[in-house]
Design a protein around this ligand. Structure first.
Ligand SMILES: Nc1ncnc2c1ncn2[C@@H]1O[C@H](COP(=O)(O)OP(=O)(O)OP(=O)(O)O)[C@@H](O)[C@H]1O
Length: 335
């Protein structure tokens, strides 16, 4: 086989399509190979396969292989709350969509073992397919998503103990997220196994904590902030949901759950306040029928867009500056 034929023969290997460039000069083969999405073991196997094939080419004395990964680094954002029912899933859905509308590729993971609701919120009952035991996320409203709710039949309880729930979460995180740049994870309420497993195994880049304005919810939100702080996950900020109500009939403003409590609590904890989402029956109705307001760009989407902008600005600051304000604030909340 001639040298040129030898180099060309590498294409016939299973991994041949990953070769981005090849050169043979003075008996040295230099290959640039795309190793995107491969585990460490798979990268070693790929390197060994190419080395042995290149060694068989006539006149080859040395082989140099450069493995590159074109896959973007993914930013993992956990959305958490201390208490249930405060609107964590509603925020996760609409925040993910609002970020996607800024041009980012976004994935959403519904890790709420107690009540996965993203299939309803996104109006999709499509089941994910799988390749090589990896789940393929489903598309809806400009984002991709996976939910524990897709893995069980509707109305059936997820009676999972900690390790099972953590295993299922790992399956969702290690799915085929392709070119997704940001993954938003909708966590169950509280500070239990799923939160700990996510923090320990996947190290989120930041956490967004949701609370309603009243004291009981804020006390629990403080616990969630404390958990992330203790585990060195920067708390990006606190969102106040169900804040202020405008009567659709008479237009009177009222505050059924109080007002401004989350902003004060954020200041007291030394973490940023990301904004408030009004209590709005139109938001609940749209969520119930799987038409997330953030997707339409109407009046109900404004609060989510503003929070998405603050969150993105905070992430950009923290990636530009190694010891970012977010981390400093997380440090402050740890002290
Ligand atoms: N700002 C809001 N205005 C009106 N209704 C809202 C608002 N936020 C959430 N809701 C409604 O409150 C209910 C609970 O919201 P959601 O499921 O998002 O909360 P959660 O914190 O994720 O709950 P869980 O603890 O069950 O996971 C839903 O019916 C939702 O539509």
């Amino acid at each position: 086989m001639t040298t040129a034929d030898g180099l060309q023969s590498l294409d016939a290997l299973d991994c041949g399509s990953r070769i981005r460039s090849r050169r043979l000069s003075d008996g040295v083969v230099t290959l640039v190979v795309d190793a995107s999405g491969l585990s460490a073991a798979e990268r070693n196997k790929l390197e060994a396969e190419l080395t042995s094939a290149a060694r068989a080419i006539e006149g080859v004395k040395d082989i140099r292989i450069a493995l590159t990964a074109s896959q973007p680094r993914r930013t993992l954002i956990a959305v958490a709350s201390g208490k249930g029912g405060v609107g964590k899933s509603t925020l996760s859905t609409n925040l993910a969509i609002a970020i996607a509308r800024t041009g980012k590729k976004v994935g959403l993971i519904d890790a709420d073992v107690y009540g996965p609701s993203q299939t309803r919120l996104l109006g999709s009952d499509e089941k994910p397919t799988a390749d090589d035991k990896k789940l393929n996320p489903v598309e809806a409203h400009g984002i991709r998503f996976l939910s524990l709710g897709q893995l069980v039949s509707t109305g059936h309880a997820l009676a999972w103990r900690g390790p099972m729930a953590s295993g299922a979460l790992a399956q969702l995180i290690e799915a085929n997220w392709g070119d997704a740049e940001i993954l938003v994870v909708d966590l169950p309420p509280g500070t239990g196994d799923v939160q700990l497993s996510l923090i320990q195994k996947s190290r989120p880049d930041g956490a967004v904590i949701v609370s309603t304005p009243q004291a009981l919810s804020l006390i629990d939100a403080t616990r969630a902030v404390d958990l992330f702080g203790k585990m060195s996950v920067p708390v990006i900020g606190l969102v106040e949901n169900m804040s202020g109500y405008t009567c659709p009939h008479c237009g009177e403003q009222s505050d059924p759950f109080g007002s401004g409590g989350a902003e004060e609590a954020a200041a007291a904890m030394g973490i940023p306040f990301l904004g408030r989402i009004p209590l709005d029956s139109a938001l609940r109705e749209a969520s119930d029928v799987g038409t997330p307001p953030a997707a339409s760009g109407g009046p109900q989407s404004e609060a989510f867009e503003a929070i998405a902008r603050k969150l993105m600005a905070s992430l950009e600051t923290s990636s530009a500056d190694e010891h970012s304000p977010v981390e400093e604030m997380a440090d402050a909340s740890r002290r």
